[in-house]
Design a protein around this ligand. Structure first.
Ligand code: BT5
Length: 261
């Protein structure tokens, strides 16, 4: 079924969504949501697009969203946490929200590639981009942008990718209904959000962690590559790695790249 604003309003009427804007085509739903947030959008206001012509990933990378094939949306949240580093936890909320929705409703076994890519069978099916509207030192709003490949046609050509990608269609053999998926993901995000700083949240995230017990390489811009076996997460969501020699170390949030060895 095609997404329309009317169909969205009807399907999401049982959720406490703060407002809905649907666009057949837009540059980036995160840009629309950031503008709306700075004009005072309510908590849980939602921007959905069928197609993005300038979808954004992290650090200026591109996110591809062709028409009729993907779920691309941005959810505006008014944060309860005021520390700058907590913004990264919102991206984790996005990943856990998507992973739990896929597991609970579609019987899939998603994994989270730390910090916040959702994988199916070791291929990226969903990307998350959390951005904040700052007011002095605290985030007044967080825009949680989520892009999910629903149909196989959503997956870009392999040569343009920095990590293998897949779609829900490839993983399930079915064309899943996008509005139902959105309902399931929003339900899961709304349920996890009040528990974001709990040990239960970290445990659930850790349960989905990809490459546990495996060797990975990790590097950040201008820093040497480090390698280690993925042990799990620490209390604030940092990734714990055990190197071949030396002490276990944690990697903090930031622009860190992770690759299986
Ligand atoms: C992400 O960045 O994974 C965050 C993507 C967030 C997209 C959503 S859609 C709704 C909202 N509006 C936006 O404008 N953005 C958000 P990153 O980890 O930097 O990954 C980007 C990389 O993923 C690219 O450089 C490509 O290699 C790859 N890629 C691009 N499109 C993809 C797709 N559809 N499926 C899988 N991989 C993709």
């Amino acid at each position: 079924m095609d997404i329309t604003e009317q169909a969205l309003r009807k399907a999401l009427s049982d959720l406490p969504v703060g407002g809905i804007r649907f666009l057949e085509q837009t540059g980036s739903t995160n840009d629309v949501a950031l503008a709306w947030a700075s004009e005072g959008a309510p908590d849980l206001a939602l921007v959905v697009a069928d197609e993005q012509t300038a979808g954004r990933g992290r650090l200026g990378r591109k996110w591809v969203t062709p028409p009729g094939a993907a779920l691309a949306f941005s959810l505006i949240l008014h944060p309860v946490m005021e520390k700058a580093e907590s913004i990264a936890l919102y991206a984790a909320l996005g990943a856990l929200g998507v992973a739990s929705a896929l597991e609970d409703n579609y019987n899939l076994k998603p994994e989270i590639k730390w910090p916040n890519d959702v994988l199916l069978k070791r291929r990226k099916v969903c990307g998350i981009l959390a951005e904040a509207v700052w007011l002095k030192n605290w985030a007044e709003s967080v825009v949680l942008g989520i892009g999910l490949n629903v149909r196989a046609a959503a997956v870009p050509a392999a040569e343009s990718l920095n990590f293998p990608a897949t779609s829900l269609e490839a993983a399930t053999g079915q064309c899943l209904e996008r509005i139902k998926l959105l309902h399931a993901i929003l339900t899961s995000l709304i349920a996890w959000r009040p528990r974001m700083e709990s040990s239960e949240f970290i445990r659930a995230w850790e349960d989905c962690l990809a490459f546990r017990g495996e060797q990975v390489q990790i590097w950040a811009e201008g820093q040497p590559i480090r390698a280690g076996q993925v042990e799990g997460l620490d209390r604030d969501g940092g990734l714990r790695l055990r190197p071949l020699e030396g002490e276990v170390f944690s990697v903090r949030f930031g622009e860190v790249h992770l690759r299986p060895v």
